[in-house]
Design a protein around this ligand. Structure first.
Ligand SMILES: C=C1C=NC(C(F)(F)F)=NC1=N
Length: 215
C-alpha cells in the first residue's frame, strides 16, 4: 500500500455507536484519513452479521477513498478484500499476518515498548499504534496510561516508522501527541460519542493538519 495518510485514524465497531454507519459517514465527511473496523467485545457482531456490517463500512470508505483496515480478523480481511489488518500483541502474530495478506496490504501493530516496536518492524509492519496516551474510555483492558514518552523514544529510534498515538485523544490534547513525533492520532470516542461526529472529525482534522510534522 503506497504512503497511507495516518493523520486522522478513526476506529469503530457496532458497539461504539447507536447508528454506526451514519457515524462512519459523518466521520468520512469530516475528513478522517484512515478507518479501522474493530468489532470486539461481548456484544460484538459475529460471522455473517459481522461480514455484512464490515462490507457496509468498507463501501463507505471506498466512496471517500479512505483505507479500510480490519482489526485482528485476518480471514475476514482477505475475504472482503480489505486494505489491511491491525493486530495487538495478544492477537494474530504480525509476521503471520504479513505472510497471509501479502506485501501490498497494510499491517499495523499495537506496541507498548521499544522491543515490541522493533519486532513489529521485523515482522513487516507499515505502522505502529502507541498508547494509551491518556485515560481511555474505549478499551476496558487498556494498559496503564503511557503519555507520549514511548512515542518520542520510538520516533527517535525509528524515524521512518509511521506512528499513531491512541487513547483518550481529543482536539484539545492532540498537539503533544504530534509534537512527540506521531504521524497521526487514532480516535474512537471523540468522534463516535460526539454530539455531531462530522463536526468532531472536522475539528480533529484541523488540529491534525496544524500539528502533523511535514515529513
Ligand atoms: C489497540 C489499538 C492500538 N492502536 C491502534 C492503531 F491506532 F490503529 F494503531 N489500533 C488499535 N486497535
Amino acid at each position: 500500500m503506497k504512503n497511507v495518510d495516518y493523520k486522522l485514524y478513526f476506529i469503530m465497531g457496532s458497539i461504539n455507536a447507536t447508528d454506526p454507519l451514519s457515524v462512519l459517514e459523518d466521520a468520512l465527511k469530516g475528513g478522517i484519513t484512515c478507518f479501522q473496523f474493530r468489532e470486539k467485545g461481548p456484544n460484538a457482531l459475529a460471522r455473517t452479521e459481522k461480514k455484512a456490517f464490515a462490507q457496509s463500512c468498507q463501501r463507505l470508505c471506498k466512496q471517500y477513498g479512505v483505507p479500510f483496515i480490519v482489526n485482528d480478523d485476518v480471514d475476514l480481511s482477505i475475504e472482503i478484500g480489505a486494505d489491511g489488518v491491525h493486530v495487538g500483541q495478544d492477537d494474530t502474530d504480525a509476521a503471520f499476518v504479513r505472510e497471509k495478506i501479502g506485501a501490498d496490504k497494510i499491517v499495523g501493530v499495537s506496541v507498548h515498548s521499544v522491543d515490541e516496536a522493533k519486532a513489529a518492524i521485523a515482522a513487516g509492519a507499515n505502522y505502529v499504534g502507541i498508547g494509551p496516551v491518556y485515560e481511555t474510555v474505549s478499551k476496558d483492558d487498556a494498559k496503564p496510561v503511557a503519555g507520549t514518552v514511548l512515542i518520542e523514544k520510538v520516533s527517535t529510534l525509528f524515524p521512518e516508522l509511521p506512528i499513531v498515538g491512541i487513547g483518550g485523544i481529543t482536539a484539545t490534547n492532540a498537539e503533544p501527541v504530534f509534537k512527540a513525533g506521531a504521524h497521526g492520532i487514532s480516535i474512537i470516542s471523540s468522534i463516535a460519542s460526539a454530539e455531531n461526529p462530522e463536526i468532531a472529525a472536522k475539528q480533529l482534522k484541523h488540529t491534525a493538519n496544524q500539528w502533523a510534522v511535514k515529513r
